[in-house]
Ligand binder design. Structure first.
Ligand SMILES: Cc1cc2nc3c(=O)[nH]c(=O)nc-3n(C[C@H](O)[C@H](O)[C@H](O)COP(=O)(O)OP(=O)(O)OC[C@H]3O[C@@H](n4cnc5c(N)ncnc54)[C@H](O)[C@@H]3O)c2cc1C
Length: 407
């Protein structure tokens, strides 16, 4: 039996602790919040999308995404479902995304906490880990809520301190500092699953509107990602799940000072600009009395219609029959290829996850740090980030299961 110290009581830390304790080790979780698993409660809008039936590395990003595959191949979504079912948590499949049957994230945390208690996992909360040194054993320095410093000693240590995203739940980026102090290389962390900002002033006029759209992410004029889903227009730019899915690549490209644009297709059910033009011309022919502003009635939110006309320099009160073929083409292009220059992402505190983190080349396939035997790293702290849809929690569970089993 070994003394195992786990820094961070989030999804990956708790999973590592449970697996290591089941293997007979004496496990202590050091958590700087006043309770473990705070972020789990916020997941999936309080419902916790804890994994997905459609699981492969195309849903992950990172400098070496094949590394994610090596970990997920050891413990995958089916292992996660089995693990939770054995703890009494039945799941509900919603378009491939798995949720607890009761749709309460707290149920996920409760079954984990109960299993941790059954296994006598020692929880020390309100301690902030500031340093880790490898001597004969690992010496972990931490500070309690009253600023008292103490040192704890372990045979093996797991750093599961999360990223810098949504720091109200405890992940304040201090995990990266611990890694750097140990001489490990961290790829620059950037916000991911986050809103995208644009300097275009017209966004204020369409703020609050949600609509079905197809989005293309262009980096230096190359299309690198396509998504369809519910787009949310905001005063500062764009949000919603399809935007989140583009955001990891957009953030990295912005950081590399590349040109980033998102092209929105407001009419994704029509194939091309030509189809859109035909559709508009038919609509005008069928309703020659309609003014331009009425042309989009029932198709788009009124403010989107007004914005499209304004950007094409067309007055809303002119008869649509008076539109020239060039104006129809221009309008069709705006609808199908609405071009948004992206200037920034929203900050870390609004991101659901981070891209970047510990370089995977520092880790073996057991998640042990190659140059520091007995030290493991799990979860979001590693340079792997997943798409929206249960992929980040699956990464946390898989990496926790792998590390927990190897200790
Ligand atoms: C609003 C929101 C919704 C989300 N929804 C989903 C979803 O539905 N599905 C999905 O798959 N993913 C979702 N995610 C992402 C997912 O929650 C995370 O990827 C996952 O929880 C990461 O787990 P982790 O254990 O690596 O890190 P964390 O959960 O961040 O845990 C790290 C823990 O370490 C502690 N800690 C940090 N530094 C120290 C230190 N120095 N000393 C002591 N303790 C420390 C922190 O307090 C924290 O408890 C969501 C994220 C957010 C913010």
């Amino acid at each position: 039996m070994m003394e195992v110290g786990i820094i961070g009581g989030g999804a990956s830390g708790i999973m590592t602790a449970i697996i290591a304790a089941r293997n007979g080790h004496h496990v202590t979780i050091l958590e700087h919040n006043n309770r473990i698993g705070k972020k789990i409660l916020a997941t999936g809008n309080g419902r916790c999308n804890f994994t997905n039936m459609d699981m492969n590395t195309s849903f992950y990003h990172g400098e070496d995404v094949t590394f994610a595959g090596k970990i997920l191949n050891q413990y995958n979504h089916l292992d996660t479902i089995r693990f939770f079912t054995e703890l009494g948590l039945y799941s509900k499949n919603k378009n491939g995304g798995l949720y607890p049957y009761c749709e309460q994230a707290s149920a996920v945390l409760d079954v984990l906490r109960m299993e941790a208690a059954r296994l006598h996992i020692h929880l020390i909360v309100e301690v902030h880990v500031t340093d880790i040194k490898k001597e004969d054993r690992f010496c972990v320095s931490c500070q309690d809520a009253k600023h008292n410093m103490k040192k704890l000693f372990f045979d093996k240590v797991v750093i599961a301190a999360g990223s810098q995203a949504s720091n109200v739940q405890g992940s304040d980026g201090s995990g990266y500092e611990l890694l750097k102090k140990l001489g490990l290389t961290v790829r620059k962390p950037l916000p991911a699953l986050v809103q995208l900002q644009s300097d275009e002033t017209y966004f204020k006029s369409v703020s609050g509107i949600r609509c079905d759209a197809r989005l293309k992410l262009l980096v230096d004029q190359q299309v690198i990602h396509n998504e369809r889903g519910e787009l949310q227009l905001t005063a500062y730019g764009i949000s919603g799940i399809p935007v989140f899915q583009l955001s990891s690549e957009a953030a990295r490209a912005l950081d590399e000072k590349k040109e980033v644009r998102v092209v929105i297709d407001f009419m994704p059910d029509l194939e091309s600009v030509d189809d859109m033009k035909l559709f508009l011309e038919n609509r005008i022919r069928q309703n020659p009395e309609k003014i331009c502003e009425e042309l989009f009635l029932g198709l788009f939110h009124k403010n989107i219609g007004q914005l499209l006309l304004k950007l094409c320099g067309i007055r809303g009160n002119v008869k649509s029959i008076s539109l020239t073929p060039e104006q129809c083409t221009d309008l069709s292009k705006r609808i199908k290829q609405f071009d948004v220059p992206i200037s920034a992402t929203n900050p870390f505190d609004q991101a659901q996850t981070c891209s970047g983190g510990l370089k995977t080349s520092e880790l073996s396939e057991t998640l042990e740090v190659k140059k520091i035997k007995g030290l493991y790293v799990t979860g979001e702290l590693i340079d792997i980030d997943g798409a929206c849809g249960g992929y980040n929690l699956q990464w946390a569970w898989s990496s926790g299961m792998v590390a927990g089993n190897q200790i």
